[in-house]
Design a protein around this ligand. Structure first.
Ligand SMILES: [Zn+2]
Length: 377
């Protein structure tokens, strides 16, 4: 199978560390305001990949996380404060909603579905390792990773320092924090400040009370559930910098296993009315709203009709058309050979082409392989 590796920026022949076994980690949601079409595109694209790998006889061990805590003030904590509920109740509510939406879309559930708040121990041990190796430093009970101490920061995004700085500011990366030696240094542990109230999540650690940085969470949950080196690391394209860049330097810095992930696979972004679908833009297209009007199969069809690396714009006409095309298959599906399907998917998971083949041949074999639900009668 040929797959595009964002790290090498080349199409590569897919091979695994252990034959016939694939370890895959996909960055999960920060549970508030889910599930919009951008989330669904990422997770259904990976669902198609996982189904295909299983079809090819691989055992797939798949981890995904929930960022129910992080070092930021601006997402969950801000929302919880406005709604006057606890951060954990808010996170539980939106996680359950996300899982319902994804189950409605017939996703393949991860083998390990990990909450950041329940994985503190491994985060602490990685941070300790980074401190011991002199890559990280602590200041006022917070811990930071010194990006100048480890070669290769920027190898995934290939950004210059000036570009990184600009993007880090947009990502609320706390670049003006006076405790940091370099504005791009990564927050590994954020100390609980004395004035902070009880509604801020706070955990005991050898560095003092605090909470982990967002980036170290994924390094820790990946290493903790899948080992020091994994086959595939995935996520949306918007996570390349700083999140995935940070994950690489933290993981490789603490385990000394290089590369941390053999393949980096990134999904494209979904736009609506000319803007990227995002919470801050307020143009969210929610999956649950679409499912009130259209079938889960139609939504899946819409998502798979865009190649996973494509940036695309949501148009309702396309969804209506997907519904119509699927209705045209009612009562006509039949078992077929899968050779052609495998050939198509082997070319960087070409789901749009696979869908055309499914419609053309009315293949139940492809229909099932792409994860469509049965009630077609
Ligand atoms: Zn992540």
């Amino acid at each position: 199978m040929y797959i595009y590796n964002s790290l090498t920026r080349k199409m590569g022949v897919f091979s695994t560390i252990i034959p016939k076994k694939v370890t895959i980690y996909v960055c999960g949601i920060t549970p508030y305001d889910t599930t919009h079409l951008g989330h669904a595109f990422t997770y259904i694209s990976f669902d198609a990949l996982i189904r295909f790998l299983k079809l090819r006889g691989y055992e797939v061990i798949y981890s995904q996380n929930i960022t129910d805590i992080n070092d930021r003030d601006g997402d969950i904590l801000e929302r919880a404060r406005i709604q006057n509920i606890s951060w954990s109740d808010l996170a539980t509510f939106w996680t359950e909603k996300f899982l319902r939406d994804m189950q409605d879309l017939n996703w393949t559930a991860p083998t390990h579905y990990l909450k950041a708040s329940e994985s503190i121990e491994i985060m602490v041990s990685l941070i300790q390792r980074l401190l011991e190796r002199g890559i990280a430093y602590s200041h006022n009970n917070s811990v930071y990773l010194d990006i100048t101490k480890k070669k290769g920061y920027g190898k995934l995004s290939r950004l210059t320092e000036a570009q990184m700085l600009k993007m880090a500011k947009n990502f609320e990366e706390d670049v003006n924090n006076p405790n940091k030696r370099n504005p791009l240094d990564i927050t590994l542990w954020r100390a609980t400040e004395p004035h902070q109230q009880i509604h801020i999540p706070s955990f005991e650690s050898p560095f003092g009370k605090g909470r982990p940085g967002w980036h170290i969470e994924c390094s820790a949950m990946s290493i903790g559930s899948l080992g020091k080196q994994i086959d595939i690391h995935g996520g949306g394209k918007d996570l390349v910098f700083p999140h995935h860049e940070a994950e690489i330097i933290q993981s490789e810095g603490s385990t000394e296993k290089i590369p941390f992930a053999k393949y980096w696979i990134h999904t494209g972004q979904v736009f609506y009315e000319g803007e990227k679908v995002s919470k801050s833009k307020g143009n969210l297209v929610m999956v649950s709203r679409l499912l009130e009007k259209y079938s889960a199969n139609a939504v899946r069809f819409l998502l798979l009709s865009h190649h996973y690396r494509e940036n695309w714009e949501y148009r309702e006409e396309e969804l209506a058309m997907a519904e119509k095309r699927l209705r045209g298959l009612v009562g006509k599906l039949r078992a077929t050979g899968k050779t052609k399907f495998v050939d198509i998917m082997n070319q960087d998971l070409d789901t749009p082409k696979a869908l055309e083949l499914m419609l053309h041949t009315k293949s139940k074999t492809i229909y099932d392989a792409l994860g469509f639900l049965d009630p077609l009668e």
